[in-house]
Ligand binder design. Structure first.
Ligand SMILES: NC(=O)C1=CN([C@@H]2O[C@H](COP(=O)(O)OP(=O)(O)OC[C@H]3O[C@@H](n4cnc5c(N)ncnc54)[C@H](O)[C@@H]3O)[C@@H](O)[C@H]2O)[C@H](O)CC1
Ligand SMILES: [K+]
Length: 403
């Protein structure tokens, strides 16, 4: 996901403009509310997934209001479920229109729990990792009426945890932080302070006052005719993404970065006796899991000066005789291997929580048996290594002959 321009260079809409754009999209431009809501809710879910991984933040509570903002929350909850989160929904003022009853049925069919306000804990901090605030969007006026006034107060209580440094759920506001004035923002500085704001179509004026670490734009459906009419300056969406970050990503404390690795048990008796077979099995798993470049490996070599260097290369083949990869014979790695045939390979399969490290030495077979530009390396654990030793002869002489 690329970062977009800073929030000052992006257009902000008044309440009236936001409503007008909505009417134009759903009038002369032929969109249906269902369509726009689906795309809006998907944008919210993908923005959340960009920042808060389900491995750490899977317990989601979507608090949904009576209007379309609430509908966006219902759609987002469904997508989050399919992304691997465990959403619950609080939807106290249900709208009896087919679009909304349909969204509720879809969530019920996924066994997503619907919690009444009374069912909800007074303190959200222990039960949830993410609160999706989908109570009010750009049609909000005045001050929140029950039961949303109380729900907003419970969100406000969460800010108290910032002082105590205890973990609290993050708040993700859909389009407008609920309770804020759509244009003036957090009047009196007494409202909720979302950690993430997902603006839809274009940010509303209140977004200028949002100082949370994450601001995303979603609703990738604005046609040029609208963008031109309202002179909208919006960041381009990267690739096929449904969301784009506005402004800079926050500075991250590197020492605090830590994934919780949860993997199935791997017992000694499950390990193949032949390490090459074990390796092949794990490569197959990485391919089956759809990981990007499962054959990518870090190759570390050490030159004449004793200084190590590493780079990523692609494995081109593996068998009992060794590991094959390609190089320009004049490259730094090839020259270093010529001086010192020892090297190590590291495969890291993120997503499977697996890595394999292999120590090898360069073996040169008749190059005609390998594709042009290839080198073959023998793992040091290989039983054939001693036999190969005699075959390798003086590696240095050979390499000089071939490079
Ligand atoms: N084109 C787009 O950008 C799209 C945006 N979407 C989302 O739709 C909302 C706007 O939806 P709308 O139905 O017009 O209004 P709200 O959801 O903001 O809420 C209206 C709802 O709330 C009640 N209400 C208003 N003020 C109060 C109050 N003080 N206390 C209690 N209740 C209040 C009012 O009676 C209504 O029932 C936009 O922000 C986006 O999130 C679409 O999903 C896609 C297209
Ligand atoms: K909201």
């Amino acid at each position: 996901m690329s970062s977009a321009q800073n929030s000052d260079s992006v257009s902000h809409l008044t309440q009236r403009e936001a409503a007008e754009i909505d009417e134009t999209l759903m009038g002369p431009l032929g969109f249906s509310v269902d369509q726009l809501m689906e795309l809006a809710g998907l944008s919210v879910a993908t923005s959340i997934a960009e920042v808060y991984k389900p491995s750490e933040y899977d317990r989601v509570l979507a608090i949904c209001g009576p209007g379309s903002n609430g509908g966006d929350g219902l759609v987002a909850a469904r997508h989050l479920y399919h992304f691997g989160y465990k959403p619950s929904v609080c939807y106290p003022k249900r709208t009896q229109k087919p679009l909304y009853t349909g969204l509720v049925t879809q969530l019920e069919s996924l066994s997503i729990p619907f919690l009444s306000v009374e069912d909800l804990p007074l303190d959200f901090s222990k039960d949830f990792d993410i609160i999706v605030d989908a109570m009010f969007g750009f049609s909000f006026h005045g001050t929140p009426r029950p039961p949303f006034d109380d729900l907003i107060k419970r969100l406000l209580c969460l800010h108290g945890y910032d002082q105590t440094r205890q973990k609290r759920p993050v708040i993700v506001s859909v389009d407008i932080p609920s309770g804020w004035h759509v244009e003036e923002g957090d009047i009196g500085d007494e409202g909720i302070k979302p950690d993430m704001l997902v603006s839809l179509t274009a940010p509303k004026l209140c977004a200028k006052k949002s100082s949370g670490p994450h601001h995303f734009l979603g609703g990738r459906f604005v046609p040029p005719v609208i963008a031109d009419k309202y002179k909208l300056r919006l960041p381009p969406y990267p690739g096929t993404s449904m969301c784009v970050r506005i402004g800079k990503a926050p500075n991250v404390d590197i020492s605090a970065l830590r994934e919780n690795y949860i993997s199935p048990e791997f017992l000694e008796e499950q390990v193949e006796s032949d390490p090459i077979n074990q390796f092949r099995k794990w490569v197959d798993d990485a391919i089956a899991a759809g990981l990007r470049e499962p054959n990518a490996m870090a190759l570390s070599t050490v030159g004449k000066d004793g200084k190590p260097s590493s780079r990523m290369v692609l494995l081109k083949g593996v068998d009992r005789g060794g590991f094959v990869w390609c190089t320009n014979y004049e490259s730094r790695k090839a020259c270093e291997l010529c001086d010192n045939p020892h090297a190590s390979l590291l495969f890291y399969w993120d997503g499977l929580n697996r890595q394999v490290s292999i120590f090898l030495r360069l073996a040169l077979f008749h190059l005609s048996t390998l594709p042009a530009g290839s080198l073959k390396m023998v793992p040091l654990f290989s039983p054939s290594l001693s036999k190969l030793e005699s075959y390798l002869l003086d590696v240095k002489n050979q390499t000089e002959q071939f490079f």
